[in-house]
Design a protein. Sequence first.
Length: 124
Amino acid sequence: MLTDDEITAAAEAHVRTWYGDDWKPGASVLLSDPDGVFFRCQHQNGVGYTGMPTPFFIFRDTGCVLNLGHVPELTQAEIEALEKNPATFQALDDPSHPDHAATMAPYIQRAIAQGPAPLFKWHS
C-alpha cells in the first residue's frame, strides 16, 4: 500500500516522464473506492488545468498509473442536469471548490471502470 507521499512522488515522476518539466500534478481527488488518487495536470507557470496532458489515477494498492483521457465524460442527461444547476457545474469544474472531490468522484469512478489497462507501476 502506498502512502500519500509515495503517491504524490509517483504522480510527479509520471508527469515529468511523460510530459516534461513544464507540467506538474495539479488538483487531486482522493477516492476510497477504488483506493487511490486522481490527478489533473497543471502547467508550471500556473496557467490553469487542462485535459492535455490527460488526467490520471494512481491505485494505492499497486502503484499502477491509469491515464483516463478527458474526465468527466458526461452523458447528455448529465449535461442537461448541470445546465439546470450551475452550482453543481461550478463544483465539478473548479478544483478549488470545496465540493469538487465529492462531485467528481462518480465521474472518476466511471472513467476508471471504462479505462484502459494500467500503463506501468512506479512501486512494487
